[in-house]
Design a protein. Sequence first.
Length: 150
Amino acid sequence: MVTGMVMEQRAPYPVILEKLVWACKYRPGWEFVLNHEDRGQGSIGLTLNIIIKCQDTYHPETPIFIRHSHIVPAAAYDERSWRRWLFERILEVACALMRRIMVPGMIHTSFSRKEHYKRSAPVISACSAPVMILRRKARALDQEAKAHST
């Protein structure tokens, strides 16, 4: 393992992506921002931030903001490719958000004839990549389908 070295990648500034991000509209409460920023841990570069205003799991009356950051690849894509890249980032965030909405909910349990509700929230690490998990599951399902078809 090499220590003290810096990885560097260069590409022309993605003017096409910038225009797509500025024009991007998805759902109420969703905001798209393209910034050159320090992402922490020595990682600096162009970043797509998708910021969503939604309700707090524990206090539904309280709005919270969730930020999903995506490293912009050092690539000279055409408009079609950047549009696809942006679409995939939105899809990743929508899937992660759906998982966040579906997992917490109200979990019904019954003790001594009384109705009790326990609120739970998923643990989503800043370093987790839910899309990679979805891709692994999709590959496993594909392999399972192939095995059953033979």
